[in-house]
Structures are given as structure tokens and as C-alpha cells.
Design a protein around this ligand. Sequence first.
Ligand SMILES: Nc1ncnc2c1ncn2[C@@H]1O[C@H](COP(=O)(O)OP(=O)(O)OP(=O)(O)O)[C@@H](O)[C@H]1O
Length: 264
Amino acid sequence: MPRLLEVEGLTLQYKTPNHLVTATYRVDCAVHEQDRYVILGPSGCGKSTMLKAVGGFMTPEEGHIRLRGREVSGPGPDRMMVFQEFEQLMPWKTVLENVLFPMRISGRFKGKDAMDRALSIIDKVKLTKFRDVYPHMLSGGMKMRVAIARAMAMEPDILLMDEPFAALDALTRRKMQDELLQLWEQVRFTLMFVTHSIEEAIIVGSRILVLSPHPGRVRAELDASQLGFDTVGTPAFGALSDKIHNLLFEHELGPQRQEEDAQA
Ligand SMILES: Nc1ncnc2c1ncn2[C@@H]1O[C@H](COP(=O)(O)OP(=O)(O)OP(=O)(O)O)[C@@H](O)[C@H]1O
């Protein structure tokens, strides 16, 4: 698969009047088309910050982010963020209206073209029967399908999801992971997905970028393409889970954490 997104030497920092916080430090990675690329690491290691930077909402302190060889310099419809609990759906709009909205508001697709695209993607995510209903009448899994359809209608190169299932109970979370994988089988989008759950990373991911604790540095990039729901509880799943656990919790060998106080 060709490289779609390249991250090279990415250092991301927050500068407040009294502090300089280094969120990620010299991170390298590459996402290929149709990857389900998971960024995994403990709380505070800079996962969300990295996704924000890929989304174009943050400028690197050092390094580069390139999409199809072009430097990312701000947000764009080629990278669509799907938010936690799919809260971007507008409750007063039907499924069809929700899918149409970003196309029309951005002016990217208009009139019949927008309508045809919306109907086609709604069909792809198997929601044709529900296209005239409102989000509150849908299950969580269906809402996710609408949120993804809405993003996909813009024909992005990559979908970005930041801990989309973190607030859900364990059973619902499993169901949503399953729905996401089924949808990926049908639509084959490229996904960048942030989680701090090792199990979720292995289930959802085809490749996993393991980041160290704060500030996030690359610990490893692992192949999980052969592991998913049907392998939970198998020795292979357990072995990868143990390996990631060790990577996450072994002592830091490198330089001391980069966070430092800076004089205002
Ligand atoms: N707006 C901000 N201003 C200053 N520091 C911030 C800001 N947002 C995040 N940080 C800091 O940057 C570091 C990385 O945060 P980030 O939210 O990216 O981590 P994360 O790995 O996504 O964590 P979690 O799993 O808890 O969401 C943390 O030390 C955090 O406190």
C-alpha cells in the first residue's frame, strides 16, 4: 500500500505564559492507504495532540506532517475528524440532512451532486431505510455510521477518531468496535484512531504506534492486521498484548522527560 500520511520528527509543544509542555518528541510514522492506524499510549503522552496536528489544528515545533506529499498547514476536508460519541450530529436534522450538511456548508459539493453523494454513502453504510429519521431514534452504532458517512461524503483521505468509545460501557464499546470494523470492510477508508486501551488497539488496529509516557516518543510500531475480534483470548492476541504492555511500562532508558519550565 502506498504511503498516504508521513509524520517526520514531529515535536509538538504547548506554550503557556509560565510553562512549555512538550506533548510529543520527534515522532516518526507513516500511514498507508486503508490502514487502521492506532496511536496507543498512556494518558498524557500526546495522542490527542498528535491527532490535532494531523487535523491541522496545531503547528509542529519541529518536523513535518505530509499528506500525499503535501505539507499539512491547516485544517482541510481531506482530513475529517469524527468526534467522541458522534456529538457532531445535529439532532434537529435527519440522517440525510446531517450527511448533506458539511458538503453544502463547505461548498465542496452542491445541488444534485451533493444529494447523489449523500444517498450513495448512506446506502454504503446501510442506512437507506433510516435516511429520514432523526439521530435520537438511532442506536449508538447507527449514529456512528451516520457520523462516518457524513465525514466520508466529503471524500477525505483519512478519518481521524480520538477515543470515540472511551465513555461507553464495556459491552457497548465492543459492539461499536465491531460495527466500525464491519464498516471498514464495506467502505475501506483510512483511519487514524487514538486509544489508551491495549485491547481496543489490537482489535481495531491494523498497525499500532506505541508511544512512551509523556512526552510521547515512538516505542514501537506493531502489526496487528491478523488480530481482531475473533482472536481475542488466543495466544497470539495475548502475546501481542503482553508485548505492548511491556513496551508501555518498561523503564524509560532515554533522556529525561522534556517538559521544562520556561521563563515567561
Ligand atoms: N491546551 C493545552 N495547553 C497546555 N498543555 C496541554 C494542552 N492540551 C494538552 N496539554 C498537555 O499536553 C500533554 C499531552 O496531552 P494530550 O491530551 O495530547 O495527551 P493524550 O495522550 O491524548 O492523553 P489522554 O489519553 O488523557 O487524552 C499533556 O501533558 C497535557 O497536559
